[in-house]
Design a protein around this ligand. Structure first.
Ligand code: COA
Length: 193
């Protein structure tokens, strides 16, 4: 019957307050004053290389966010951000062969769960990743980001990444835009020399 509520409708209704709460939180996290305040009020947070169990947890519990699984041309390390014992964020360092589209050291994805954003976890994750790349002798670290993702771009810029405007990258990004309709930029951070 037309007006009858189905189970899916009820589930959607039950989710509404939560979705609204996340909307409000996301607006707060965009405010410059919120992030230092939230950091002061939060308990100890940490970021480090993932154990095998934590890496598996990230792959299995959050498949939608994707995993930079190691392919024939890359070797991947996963780093996790922890609130107490719980994994609440992660990022991947890929080491790509010279014959790949993005050769060298690449930050291949960073994600912090919505409730834990604005607390400095992404920055902690990136410090660990960059220290590791520098320790291995990397010349630089590359990443690709949607041009509209201001939270991520601000984060990368605050770490010292700048938009790479030299030909191989601009050409590749134009190709990505033609193919997928999204504007992306390559950002690069030199580590030596
Ligand atoms: C982008 C993302 C990883 C940032 O994580 P986070 O833990 O909230 O970031 P941090 O608290 O470490 O913030 C570090 C800096 O990032 C920038 N930043 C973070 N959140 C921001 C926001 N909502 N708006 C604007 N800038 C923001 C700021 O420069 C901030 O420094 P400041 O607080 O000293 O001003 C997180 O928003 C996320 O997981 N987004 C979804 C996944 C995603 O887009 N990943 C990037 C793929 S390329």
């Amino acid at each position: 019957m037309g007006g009858r509520l189905r189970r899916g409708d009820l589930t959607a209704l039950a989710r509404l307050p939560r979705a609204r709460a996340y909307g409000v939180l996301a607006r707060l996290q965009r405010r410059r004053w919120y992030r230092p305040l939230a950091r002061r009020l939060t308990g100890p947070l940490d970021a480090r290389e993932a154990t095998m169990a934590e890496d598996r947890e990230v792959r299995e519990r959050w498949p939608r966010e994707g995993h930079a699984a190691s392919g024939p041309h890359s070797q991947v390390t996963t780093y996790v951000a922890l609130a107490g014992e719980r994994v609440v964020g992660w990022c991947y360092l890929q080491r790509n062969d010279e014959d790949t589209v993005f050769p060298g050291y690449v930050l291949a994805g960073i994600y912090v769960r919505a409730r834990h954003r604005g607390l400095g976890l992404a920055r902690q994750l990136m410090h660990v990743l960059i220290d590791c790349a520098a320790h291995e002798g990397a010349l630089d670290v590359l990443l690709v980001v949607d041009e509209a993702n201001m939270a991520a771009i601000n984060l990368y810029a605050s770490m010292g990444f700048t938009v790479a405007v030299d030909p191989p990258w601009t050409t590749r990004m134009e190709e990505v835009q033609r193919r997928y309709g999204v504007r992306r930029v390559v950002m690069r951070m030199p580590l030596r020399g």
